[in-house]
Ligand binder design. Structure first.
Ligand code: PLP
Length: 404
């Protein structure tokens, strides 16, 4: 069977099953419904799935990164041939950060988890903004730490005064700059305020997963070198298009890195390290991807706002759009058109997150959005994914499913 015809057959089968499941099938009604669904199979098979739900870049790694992987892969019978040292040296020179202040991990989610596990406890809480990337919310309860969420300011920047005052017993303050899911930036003055006014004994973690997309966010890397208890996290999963290759790093004092790494860490494949080095050495990569993403984001936001859907002011590859109805319904309806958009955060249910993709992907987004706004479903079944109710997730962050 050709790939196309097997895909059609698969879709026909899955649409049949989806139709049957949707109706709790019984004689007479179910088969007719399922046949009607299957009639859509050809239309469904022609739809390319667009994933603008995970803040990743579908264009993937840069060409030099792919070439580095191809060159390195045949050497993989060894544990490594200097790729780790080369990556660290390149990074250290480019960031102007001493190598002993850098620790490399398979993604930045790893050091984020380690930081929360190390610096929070039943006596020392986690303080974050709301909404923000939820990984720390999920991790803190596992070590018995309280999660304190402070609402963001109206411009979606972090309310650093409220964060510093939220709990004198805080163990870790988490600032995501630019923030996921809003894309909003927090000023350098505010980051410095947080670094200087955080409760005694706490650390400040600045998550810069999206900083490469931003024209105005100022990095806290220098603070992580100068101040003992500031930790900066970065990843290759976003602008560098390497989410599946797993590469990230933490910049912190050697003492804090040692404390974090006592809880684990994990090694990175030599192919991934080689791709990381090649990406760092490609001078045009960050500016070109930043410019393309900014253009697509601004165009999409302008299109949505012109139709009366307010959006967050973003400097990342994601933003929130207020659609005035439950985000989950919208997410499901968009998925029937083959366009996977992001989730909504507890307390912000009508504002799903949209990731910014290529021109073709955002064109598909606009078409699907227009159809969904007119109440039209597409030919695909709603994906079956286990989901917690948002209310439940808010009450029990430790059980939140993994999400980007
Ligand atoms: C703000 C933020 N930090 C960290 C991560 C973790 O990314 P990774 O582990 O792929 O580097 C993500 C993933 O979406 C994120 O949005």
């Amino acid at each position: 069977m050709s790939t196309d015809s097997s895909r059609r057959a698969f879709l026909r089968q899955s649409l049949y099953v989806a139709g049957a499941a949707g109706l709790g099938i019984h004689a007479g009604v179910g088969p007719a419904y399922a046949q009607a669904m299957a009639a859509n199979a050809d239309a469904a098979a022609d739809l390319q799935i667009v994933n603008i739900g995970a803040n990743t870049l579908s264009i993937g790694p840069s060409r030099p990164a792919l070439e580095a992987i191809a060159r390195t892969a045949p050497l993989s019978g060894d544990y490594g041939r200097g790729q780790s040292r080369e990556f660290l040296e390149t990074l250290s020179a480019q960031l102007e950060v001493p190598a002993d202040h850098i620790a490399v991990y398979p993604g930045s989610g790893t050091p984020l988890g380690l930081a929360v596990t190390t610096f929070t406890s039943p006596q020392r809480s986690l303080v974050t903004a709301d909404p923000t990337y939820e990984q720390a919310w999920r991790t803190a309860p596992r070590v018995g730490a309280k999660v304190v969420r402070t609402p963001q300011r109206r411009d979606y920047s972090h309310d650093v005064e409220a964060m510093c005052a939220a709990d004198p017993k805080a163990g870790l303050l988490y600032i995501c700059n630019p923030n996921n899911p809003t894309g909003a930036i927090t000023s350098r003055a505010d980051i410095e305020y947080a670094a200087n006014h955080r409760p005694p004994g706490s650390v400040l973690v600045v998550d810069e997963a999206y900083i490469h997309f931003s024209d105005n966010a100022v990095s806290a890397l220098d603070l992580a070198v100068e101040a003992d208890d500031v930790i900066v996290l970065r990843t290759f999963s976003k602008l560098y298009g390497m989410a599946g290759l797993r590469l990230g790093y933490a910049v912190a004092s050697p003492a804090n890195l040692e404390r974090m790494n006592a809880h684990g860490g994990g090694s990175v494949a030599m192919t991934t390290l080689a791709a990381g080095t090649a990406s760092l050495l490609d001078p045009g990569l960050v500016p070109a991807r930043r410019a393309a993403t900014t253009r697509m984001r601004n165009e999409t936001v302008a299109w949505l706002q012109a139709q009366g859907y307010p959006c967050s002011t973003s400097e990342a590859n994601c933003f929130l759009v207020d659609i005035g109805r439950p985000g989950r319904e919208f997410q499901d309806a968009m998925a029937t058109h083959g366009v996977m958009v992001g989730r909504s955060w507890p307390g912000h249910e009508t504002r799903p997150r949209i990731s910014v993709g290529t021109e073709a992907e955002m064109q598909r987004f606009r078409e699907a959005f227009t159809a969904v706004a007119a109440g039209q479903r597409g030919p695909l079944p709603v994906p079956q994914r286990p989901r917690m109710a948002l209310r439940e997730a808010a009450a029990d962050p430790a059980r939140m499913p993994f999400a980007c």
